[in-house]
Design a protein around this ligand. Structure first.
Ligand code: PDD
Length: 288
């Protein structure tokens, strides 16, 4: 079936979908995005992604193109027209198209809105994830506002490519002090020597992952201690378990970092249990 994209009020074949060549998303990465997992045709962790989207828009002073219920309706319609049951929904909003000038267009222009849908075989993803994946480390060379989910992802793309070329699934980014910040498109976690679930605090320059937040709540319900405390690469390599989270990855066990095995080199039991609980919970809570 041909994939359908939404662009500025119109649904049409993805192959014909286009935006203006002077769109500020294209020229300045002046835009934000969100990615939802779609389960049984419904949006997983729906509210968390909407909240972060509107926060990102506010931080960049990009006018919201429509209300949250209207936007939800367009997302729903994109899912319906793509007959998407399982996959990912991508939404991008930029400041719009205007004659090239670094400063914001004055008067304001209409924001550009693009939505695409991509089917993903979650069963296959699950089988791969449960076998565990490898990550490498890379220096974190991103800008200082990684809390805003902008489309300025060049350092992330370079890090992911380095991972791919090294036969790994993800790159964990490391700050100047030697602490892991997050993955190129995921949040990074370990289960430390004390059995605590540990991830970087959001005071650091990282994205406030929606999956991260949902998992923290879930872990606490399971009486697993969660701490937001930086860890070094050496601590990660010595951890009992390691994994990463994202809407596109759920919880994915990490079995090696820079070629060094984590624990016994197999996905850890706590990680696998939390992955199952998280995916069940996300599916049950997904909303149309
Ligand atoms: N990435 N950190 C970064 C840098 C990310 O790009 C993402 C998400 C995450 C996880 O956030 P969440 O749990 O809200 O998906 C953390 C999306 C999936 C992407 O860029 O495709």
């Amino acid at each position: 079936m041909a994939r359908i994209a939404y662009v500025n009020g119109r649904y049409g074949p993805l192959s014909d979908a286009a935006v203006h060549v002077e769109d500020r998303g294209f020229q300045f990465a002046d835009g934000v995005y969100e990615v939802w997992a779609v389960m049984d045709g419904k949006l997983a962790d729906s509210d968390g992604h909407f909240e972060r989207l509107f926060r990102s828009l506010g931080e960049l002073r990009i006018r919201a193109p429509m209300s949250r219920p209207a936007l939800k309706q367009v997302l729903r319609e994109t899912i319906r027209r793509n007959r998407l049951r399982e996959g990912l929904l991508y939404l991008q909003i930029t400041r719009g198209a205007a004659r090239r000038d670094h400063a914001f267009p004055a008067p304001e222009v209409e924001p550009t809105v693009v939505i695409t849908a991509k089917p993903v075989d979650f069963d296959r993803l699950d089988r791969n994830a449960k076998a565990g994946v490898r990550v490498i480390t890379q220096p974190d060379i991103r800008w200082g506002r990684c809390d805003i989910k902008t489309v300025g992802l060049l350092p992330n793309a370079l890090a992911k490519q380095a991972a791919k070329e090294a036969g790994a699934a993800e790159a964990w980014l490391v700050d100047a002090e030697g602490f892991v910040t997050e993955g190129s498109s995921t949040n990074a976690w370990i289960i430390d020597a004390e059995g605590r679930l540990r991830t970087r605090d959001t005071g650091a320059n990282i994205l406030r992952g929606v999956t991260r937040k949902a998992l923290m709540e879930l872990a606490r319900e399971c009486q697993i201690e969660v701490i937001e405390q930086p860890f070094t690469v050496a601590e990660a390599k010595a951890a009992k378990e390691a994994f990463f989270t994202a809407a596109s990855a759920f919880l994915t066990p990490v079995t090696a970092i820079d070629g060094e095995p984590i624990g016994d080199g197999r996905p850890g039991p706590v990680t696998l249990r939390l992955r199952d609980l998280y995916t069940q919970r996300a599916r049950a809570g997904a909303s149309s």
